[in-house]
Design a protein. Structure first.
Length: 182
């Protein structure tokens, strides 16, 4: 009935499965919710249309889309695995397997900045920045929102996430700062 689309190394879950009965891709982590795969051209067209219609408001729309999804994913992972470090690991692993890019949280930096209520997240090979191209602007609004949404659920307080570096601005990687919103 179900077959894995991706062959993840992790035994925890597969981010996408094919349900032959329904003929749909499904997400087993989210109770077999139907999913679709989008390519870079589809995302760029979506992004460009949002900016054409809503100008600078498009970035807020993309951020809030990511924030809502980040909350859902973190809540679901948290229900199955209460350890905070394990939740972070699964969230980052899931992002890589779904094609967002490769997340890294420098451990020592995270511990030091954690004392100040901030955390740094590095994303190599961001799908969203790559799809957007060299715009000279930050382009990972969905990822920033996802990190903020997941961070809020995991930390049990309202947080925001700001992208500080982006490959769309010709930076070597994308980098985010998660901090309390107060």
């Amino acid at each position: 009935m179900f077959s894995s689309i991706l062959n993840p190394k992790s035994e925890d879950y597969s981010p996408v499965t094919w349900n032959a009965e329904s003929g749909h891709l499904e997400d087993p982590l989210l109770n077999n919710l139907r999913v679709m795969i989008i390519d870079a051209d589809f995302y760029k067209a979506l992004r460009d249309n949002l900016y054409t219609r809503f100008q600078s408001g498009a970035s807020l729309i993309l951020y809030e889309m990511g924030r809502g999804y980040g909350e859902v994913i973190a809540k679901t992972i948290k229900q199955n695995d209460p350890g905070r470090l394990e939740i972070y690991r699964k969230f980052m692993d899931r992002g890589k397997r779904q094609g967002y890019g490769e997340f890294r949280v420098p451990l020592l930096q995270s511990i030091i900045s954690g004392l100040r209520g901030e955390a740094k997240v590095v994303l190599k090979d961001s799908f969203f920045a790559s799809a957007s191209g060299q715009t000279g602007h930050k382009e990972c609004w969905i990822i920033a929102g996802m990190i903020a949404g997941a961070g809020s659920k995991i930390l049990k307080r309202d947080v925001v996430c700001v992208e500080e570096l982006c490959i769309s601005k010709e930076d070597p990687h994308c980098e985010f700062r998660l901090k309390s919103s107060a």
